[in-house]
Write a protein that binds this ligand. Structure first.
Ligand SMILES: *Cc1c(COP(=O)(O)O)cnc(C)c1O
Length: 466
C-alpha cells in the first residue's frame, strides 16, 4: 500500500510538472493583465496588435526574432515616474535598453539619463539629452570615459573607488573644470525580487562601505577637493524589487552617513540618489508597486528619517530602468519545431523551439529569470498544454520561457510573443553561434519604424580579419 501511495504521488507530480504559481488558463488566448504593454490587444482575427500594428506585419516586413517597443507605453511609464516623483529627479537607467530613441523619449518626458559606459554616454549625447541631466556610474570607468563625461559636462559622475577620486581630480585639473560627483556607497542591503538581506558588509564590487567607514572617508576627501563639487551619496540596492523594506534600511543608513558628514564638516550635501531596481511583472508571480505608491512610500521613509536625524531633506533622485523599458517591449519569434518529450514517470513536456534564444535574451540562462509567452499570430481553438519555449542555440540551458501554458496546436510557422522583453534583452544580446542580433521596432499610432536594424552576417564577418 505504502509503495503504491508513493508511486501514486510521484506520478501525480509528474503529470503536472508545472510550477505551483502557474495556473492553467481557462482561455489559452487570454492576455494576462499587467504583463503586456498598454496598446497590446488581440485583433478581430485573433492576432496580436501593438501600437495599432499587427505583429504579423512586423514579422513579414523585418523577419523574426524581433523586439517590438511600444512607444506610447514607454513614454507613459517615464511620465508616470516624473509625475509621481514630482520634486525628485528621475533618471532613466539607459543600460536596460539603450538606443537614441529611448534616451530621447525619456528626456522628452522630463527624465534625466543614467549611463554606465562611454558607449551609453555617447548614445545619450547623440540623442540630444542635456548633459547636465546625465549621470555616469560604473565601478571601473576608463580615463577616456571619465574624460568624455567631464568635457561633455555631465551633471554627475558617481565615484566608486578611492583610486577614482584621484583620477577625477587630475582630469578636473587638466580640463580646468569643477566636476560634480556623488559617492556610491554600499548600505549593506541587497534586495532581489521578494526578499532583501540587510548585512553590515557586502562582498561585491560596487561602492564604498558605510559600515567600515570607507564611505565617510571618501566623502570627506571629495568635499575637501576644490576640483570636485560633491553632490551627495548614491545607493543602488538591487533589482526586481517589489517592496520598500530594503529601501527603508538603505535610506536610514545613507541619510545617517549624510548627517554624519554634515556634523563633521558643517556642510550638508545637496542630494541623495536611491538608485533603481523597481520590479516588473514577468509572470503571474510578480506584483509590481505602481510609481505613485512607490513615491508615497519613499517620501514617507525619507521624511521620517530626516525628522529623526533633524536634517533638512536633500534633493532626491531615483534611476528606474527596467520598470520603464521592460514592460514596453515584447520579443517576437517564429516557431521552428515542436517536440514532445516524455519525462520520468510518464508525464510529457512540449518543447517549442523558436528562431532566437539565449543570444537575444540571456536572462533565463544567466540567472534563471522567468518569462511568459503567448501565441501571437492567431487565436487558437486548442487546449492549454504545458510548454517550454526554447531557443536554437547549442546549450540545453538555452531556455526562453521555462513554463507556460500554450495551445496544444502550436505548429511550425506560428509566432510566439514574449512580453516584458524591453529591458536587458537587446541590451544583453550577443552573437553566440554567430546569431545576428535582432532589430528593435518601435510602434505607435498604427505605424512601425526601425530603431535598431537587424545585424547582418556582413556586420559580423566585417570584424573577422581572416
Ligand atoms: C542597473 C542600475 C539601475 C537600474 O536598475 P533597474 O533594475 O533596471 O531599474 C539604476 N541604477 C544603477 C546604479 C544601476 O546599476
Amino acid at each position: 500500500m505504502t509503495h503504491m501511495h508513493v508511486a501514486g504521488s510521484i506520478h501525480a507530480d509528474a503529470v503536472t510538472p508545472a510550477p505551483k504559481w502557474l495556473r492553467e488558463p481557462d482561455d489559452v488566448n487570454a492576455l494576462m493583465p499587467g504583463l503586456w504593454s498598454q496598446t497590446v490587444e488581440r485583433g478581430a482575427d485573433g492576432a496580436l496588435r501593438v501600437g495599432g500594428v499587427d505583429v504579423r506585419t512586423i514579422a513579414a516586413e523585418v523577419g523574426t526574432p524581433a523586439y517590438i517597443m511600444d512607444e506610447v507605453d514607454f513614454r507613459a511609464r517615464a511620465r508616470a515616474y516624473a509625475t509621481a516623483f514630482a520634486g525628485w529627479e528621475v533618471y532613466y537607467a539607459a543600460k536596460s535598453f539603450c538606443s537614441i530613441a529611448a534616451c530621447r523619449w525619456a528626456a522628452e518626458e522630463g527624465l534625466g539619463v543614467d549611463v554606465c559606459s562611454g558607449g551609453e554616454l555617447t548614445v545619450a549625447l547623440r540623442a540630444g539629452v542635456n548633459p547636465a541631466t546625465i549621470g555616469l556610474h560604473g565601478n571601473n570607468k576608463t580615463i577616456e570615459e571619465l574624460e568624455l563625461a567631464i568635457t561633455a559636462g555631465v551633471g554627475r559622475i558617481v565615484i566608486d573607488s578611492f583610486i577614482e577620486i584621484d583620477r577625477i581630480i587630475e582630469l578636473a585639473r587638466t580640463h580646468g573644470r569643477t566636476v560634480p560627483v556623488m559617492v556610491r556607497v554600499t548600505a549593506g542591503v541587497e534586495a532581489h525580487t521578494h526578499e532583501y538581506i540587510a548585512t553590515a558588509h557586502e562582498d561585491q564590487k560596487f561602492g564604498l562601505s558605510i559600515a567600515t567607514g570607507e564611505a565617510l572617508i571618501a566623502l570627506e576627501r571629495c568635499q575637501a577637493a576644490p576640483e570636485l563639487d560633491l553632490r551627495g551619496i548614491h545607493s543602488h540596492i538591487g533589482s526586481q524589487i517589489f517592496d520598500t523594506a530594503g529601501f527603508e534600511v538603505a535610506v536610514r543608513r545613507t541619510l545617517g552617513l549624510h548627517a554624519e558628514l554634515a556634523r563633521a564638516t558643517g556642510q550638508q550635501m545637496p542630494e541623495l540618489d536611491l538608485g533603481g531596481g523597481f520590479g516588473i511583472r514577468y509572470t503571474a508571480q510578480d506584483q509590481p508597486i505602481p510609481p505613485a505608491e512607490l513615491a508615497a512610500q519613499l517620501n514617507e521613509i525619507v521624511d521620517h528619517e530626516c525628522r529623526a536625524l533633524e536634517i533638512t531633506r536633500p534633493g532626491l533622485s531615483i534611476e528606474p530602468g527596467r520598470s520603464i523599458s521592460g514592460p514596453a517591449g515584447m520579443a517576437l519569434y517564429e516557431v521552428g519545431t515542436v517536440k514532445d518529450v516524455t519525462l520520468d514517470g510518464g508525464a510529457h513536456r512540449c518543447y517549442i523551439s523558436v528562431d532566437g534564444g539565449m543570444s537575444d535574451n540571456i536572462r533565463p540562462a544567466l540567472y534563471g529569470a522567468e518569462y511568459s509567452a503567448t501565441l501571437a499570430d492567431r487565436r487558437s481553438a486548442g487546449l492549454p498544454r504545458l510548454s517550454r519555449v526554447v531557443g536554437k542555440h547549442c546549450e540545453s540551458g538555452d531556455i526562453l520561457v521555462r513554463d507556460e501554458f500554450l495551445p496544444d496546436d502550436v505548429t511550425p510557422g506560428d509566432l510566439i510573443a514574449v512580453p516584458a522583453s524591453g529591458a536587458y534583452s537587446r541590451a544583453m544580446a550577443n552573437n553566440y553561434n554567430h546569431a545576428l542580433r535582432p532589430p528593435v521596432i518601435a510602434v505607435a499610432d498604427g505605424k512601425w519604424r526601425t530603431l535598431i536594424r537587424r545585424e547582418t552576417l556582413e556586420d559580423l564577418l566585417g570584424l573577422d580579419q581572416g
